[in-house]
Design a protein around this ligand. Structure first.
Ligand SMILES: [Zn+2]
Length: 90
């Protein structure tokens, strides 16, 4: 089964895409940042809300969201964010 990348944090183990091919949110919740498409934002048409969520999540310490899925041992926030072209080293 293929995996999908979170538009907010770059986590690449999502089981479903956050938006379907028509652009409708699937309510997939990211285990990493907790972002839920269709709930925490209204659509990928509003990229600001994705960025706002990311900024807030990062400012709160980028805490691992899921209690059922444990954080990967080799989890690296900076590398993960680079997947979605977000550089936090600056
Ligand atoms: Zn995420």
């Amino acid at each position: 089964m293929s995996k999908y990348i979170c538009a907010v944090c770059g986590y690449n183990e999502l089981n479903y895409p956050q938006w379907d091919k028509h652009g409708f949110p699937t309510h997939e919740i990211c285990n990493c940042c907790g972002f839920e498409s269709g709930f925490d934002d209204d659509a990928k048409d509003i990229p600001e809300s994705i960025e706002e969520y990311r900024i807030r999540w990062l400012s709160e310490g980028a805490n691992w969201f899921s209690s059922s899925k444990t954080k990967p041992l080799n989890w690296n926030l900076a590398i993960q964010l680079k997947r979605i072209n977000v550089d936090i080293s600056k």
